[in-house]
Write a protein that binds this ligand. Structure first.
Ligand code: DCM
Length: 142
């Protein structure tokens, strides 16, 4: 980055902790090779001038074919490959949304109950965010 360039939203990657019925959606990456097979909170890069919450909705539509909305920011941000940082929002499906399906970047999706949340091999950088979100899952009825 050019010295003196202000940090903009361009450097933010948004991840979605998509919650539904007390379960968290995990997505297994199919690319790039060094991340393939690991599980993540789906999302992607915020574009210049875009609000992170809008980027999240756009990325979930592109990658999973769903209509979702951001609910609240999970406190904290976590470094990725420079200059990117990961920020996470909880999110929910809008009424009438199609069910998520892996359209790009992923080859498998899994809804995790609280007792199963650590059964998938999360990307290292996503682990602290998943740890933050896990107390928000409940085993109760939807
Ligand atoms: N990324 C990540 N954790 C996430 C989402 C994305 O570490 N929950 C990383 C993977 C890529 C970069 O952010 O290096 C951009 O993501 P994408 O390729 O999905 O746009």
């Amino acid at each position: 980055m050019t010295p003196g360039t202000p940090m903009t939203d361009r450097t933010v990657v948004v991840g979605a902790a998509l919650l539904d019925g007390g379960q968290l959606l995990a997505a297994r990456r199919s690319a790039p090779a060094d991340l393939a097979g690991r599980w993540e909170l789906p999302g992607g890069k915020v574009e210049p001038g875009e609000r992170p919450e809008d980027a999240l909705v756009r990325e979930l539509r592109e990658e999973l074919g769903i209509e979702a909305e951001a609910v609240e920011r999970v406190p904290g941000q976590w470094p990725l490959r420079a200059p990117y940082v990961l920020q996470v929002w909880t999110a929910r499906l809008r009424p009438g949304s199609p069910a998520p399906r892996p359209l790009q970047d992923h080859d498998e999706l899994r809804w995790l109950t609280p007792d199963r949340i650590w059964e998938v091999d999360w990307l290292d950088q996503d682990v602290p965010a998943v740890r933050e979100v896990s107390p928000r899952l409940t085993t109760g009825p939807r």
